[in-house]
Design a binder for this molecule. Structure first.
Ligand code: BTN
Length: 247
C-alpha cells in the first residue's frame, strides 16, 4: 500500500498542517510524523502536550468511500492499531479507554483526534485526518503538574524512545492500513471490545459541563457505550456528545 510519509523535527500540529494539505487535494495515504508540536491539539478544544523528542505525533489522511456517520470506525480502528503497536514494542498490555485513549497500567499513553470533512450533497466523507499522539518516554523533568497523575509513557528511558520510535510507527501504520483495507469486515471490533478497560467500571459521564456517576455496561457494534446511572436509568452514549472519566 503506497503511503507518502513526511517527517518533521518540529511542527505546529500534524493535524492542522495535514488539513491544509488535504484541502489542497493531498492524496489518500499522506502521513505526517513529528517529534515535537508547538500547537498540538486534543479533543474538545484542549491543548495536547507535545514536547520534543519524548513523544511521537502522527497524522494520517484517508479518503474513504463511506457514509459520514461511519467515521467513528476510523478512530476506533486507529485505537486498536496503536494499542497493538505499543504492545509489540513494549511488551506491556495496552488497554483502550472508550472511546479512543490508550492506557498502560491505568495511565494514559496516547490520545487520538480524528477530524473529518463531509460532502453535504452525498453525506459521504470527503476526507478524514486521524491524529495520534503517543508519549514514548517521560519528558525531562517529568510530565507537567496538571497531567502528572494521569499520564505515563511507553518506556522509562529516553534511549528507548529514540531506538524504538521508528519501529513503533512502522507497526502502527501497518496495523492501521490492514484494518482500513478490511473495513467492511470490522476485523478490529472484537479486539476493540476485548481491550476496553471501562466495561464493568464506575465512570463519570461528562456532558455539557455536567458530570454524572454511572456504571459502564457494554459497547455495541457501532462502538456506542451503554451506561447505567445511579438512579437506575440506562443510556447509550455516542462519543461525539460525551466523554468519560474512570472514577
Ligand atoms: C486527546 O487525547 O485529546 C487527543 C490527542 C490527539 C493528539 C494528536 S498528536 C498528532 C495530532 N496532531 C494534533 O495536533 N493532535 C493529534
Amino acid at each position: 500500500y503506497p503511503l507518502d510519509l513526511s517527517v518533521y523535527k518540529t511542527i505546529t500540529s500534524t493535524n492542522t498542517v495535514l488539513k491544509e494539505k488535504a484541502e489542497q487535494s493531498a492524496p489518500h495515504g499522506t502521513v505526517l510524523i513529528a517529534t515535537e508540536q508547538t500547537l498540538g491539539r486534543g479533543r474538545m478544544g484542549k491543548k495536547f502536550y507535545s514536547p520534543s523528542n519524548t513523544g511521537l505525533y502522527i497524522s494520517i489522511l484517508v479518503r474513504p468511500d463511506i457514509p459520514a456517520d461511519q467515521a467513528l470506525f476510523l478512530t476506533t480502528s486507529a485505537a486498536v492499531a496503536t494499542a497493538k503497536a505499543i504492545e509489540d514494542v513494549s511488551h506491556k498490555k495496552a488497554d483502550i479507554k472508550w472511546v479512543n485513549d490508550i492506557y498502560i497500567e491505568g495511565k494514559k499513553v496516547c490520545g487520538i483526534l480524528t477530524e473529518a470533512a463531509f460532502n453535504i450533497e452525498t453525506s459521504k466523507l470527503d476526507y478524514a485526518i486521524v491524529g495520534i499522539g503517543i508519549n514514548v518516554c517521560p519528558p525531562e523533568g517529568g510530565f507537567p503538574e496538571d497531567i502528572s497523575e494521569i499520564a505515563t509513557a511507553i518506556f522509562e528511558k529516553s534511549s528507548d524512545a529514540v531506538n524504538k520510535r521508528s519501529i513503533l510507527v512502522g507497526h502502527l501504520l501497518n496495523y492501521f492500513m490492514e484494518y482500513y483495507e478490511s473495513f467492511d469486515k470490522r476485523a478490529y471490533l472484537d479486539e476493540y471490545i476485548s481491550r476496553s478497560m471501562i466495561i464493568g467500571q464506575p465512570i463519570s459521564v461528562l456532558s455539557n459541563g455536567t458530570s454524572r456517576n454511572a456504571l459502564a455496561l457494554e459497547i455495541d457494534k457501532e462502538c456506542h457505550l451503554k451506561v447505567r446511572y445511579e438512579d437506575g436509568s440506562e443510556e447509550w452514549l455516542n462519543s461525539g456528545e460525551v466523554s468519560t472519566k474512570i472514577q
